[in-house]
Design a protein around this ligand. Structure first.
Ligand SMILES: [Zn+2]
Ligand SMILES: [Zn+2]
Length: 326
């Protein structure tokens, strides 16, 4: 009986193959676990941010720099992940790209934020008081519900503004510089013409009486989601995240270099579910991003882009009216 078992068992060479097969399977298992963990980084980061704002004492929430520190920490975290979990070699950050990205982050946190606070929020608060808009019941809702409502309000406005930018030429001129970026990285969501950056900062959340921590939570959630949606990180979050929130797959398709027409989908900056609702959702991803000839624009070109057609027309008129040298 024992002999029978022995003879029907694997020969020494086969034994090695079996051992190698077992090693291969466990190796596969390990890399499967690793991939799953990498894919869970965006939802885990989002959960950490919600927990922070949900548990932070009032003094921390009201400290004027907390929101800024949180924003910078989120960007540093996602940017750091690009070092370890690169998605595409062609999107690897170099000094010039990084310097441009940092320039736009600073611009957004200073000039753009000053403009939207002083030109928009102040007027919204005035409108709110004049019309007697009061929604104190909102602050009684559970914290996460308030945060989700606030992010939906931000995103609903941004979705239509973004869609309008892709469908009306004068607005497209302000948004096109963002589409001229030729690679995606953690800070690329900030890169664009200042007129566009101001337009997408508009929102009506100030009209509502949400808890301050919930509004800050919504802002930080937006930073996490749109940060990962622009980052060169190979995280592909599971459906419980990607059904509702925008991922790098959705947003890279929005940035595709294939054609202008192909960019007209997946407008949701953070909430891809709005595209699913309004029929602009498209499945897929793109490794090659950019516009037209995929020419990278300098900061000067990005600033001048919306005015370029007018400048070109004036130049053409001048050269026509100039006397022809004999
Ligand atoms: Zn766009
Ligand atoms: Zn983008």
């Amino acid at each position: 009986m024992d002999e029978q078992l022995a003879s029907s068992g694997p020969l020494p060479g086969d034994r090695q193959a079996v051992a190698a097969g077992a090693d291969g399977a466990s190796e596969q298992g390990r890399s499967g676990i690793r991939t799953t963990l990498i894919n869970l980084i965006p939802p885990a980061t989002l959960a950490a941010v919600v927990l922070f704002w949900g548990l932070a004492p009032d003094a921390v929430v009201e400290y004027p720099w907390t929101l800024v520190f949180m924003g910078v920490a989120i960007l540093a975290w996602i940017q750091g992940l690009e070092w370890f979990f690169e998605r595409h070699e062609g999107w690897r950050l170099n000094r010039r790209e990084f310097a441009t990205d940092v320039f736009y982050v600073v611009l957004s946190y200073t000039a753009i934020s000053w403009l939207s606070t002083n030109l928009v929020e102040g007027n919204l608060l005035w409108i709110k008081e004049s019309l007697g808009i009061a929604t104190p019941w909102l602050s009684q809702l559970p914290f996460v519900v308030q945060a989700m409502m606030a992010i939906f309000l931000f995103e609903f406005g941004q979705y239509w503004m973004h869609r309008w930018m892709h469908n009306w030429y004068p607005l497209w001129l302000t948004h096109a510089p963002h589409h001229h970026i030729t690679q995606l990285n953690a800070l690329k969501g900030f890169v664009g013409n200042p007129v566009e950056l101001f337009l997408i900062s508009l929102g009506v959340v100030a009209l509502f009486d949400f808890n301050l921590a919930a509004v800050f939570c919504a802002i930080s959630m937006g930073s996490v989601i749109s940060g990962f949606a622009h980052a060169n990180v190979r995280s592909d979050p599971p459906l419980f995240y990607s059904f509702v929130f925008t991922t790098i797959r959705h947003h890279s398709l929005h940035h595709t270099a294939l054609s202008y027409e192909d960019t007209r989908c997946n407008y949701g900056n953070s909430l891809i579910i709005i595209d699913r609702i309004f029929g602009t959702y498209r499945e897929g991803e793109s490794a090659i991003v950019g516009q037209d000839e995929r020419k990278r624009l300098s900061i000067y070109e990005q600033f001048m882009f919306p005015f370029q057609p007018v400048i070109d027309r004036i130049k053409a008129r001048r050269s026509k009216s100039a006397p022809v040298p004999s």
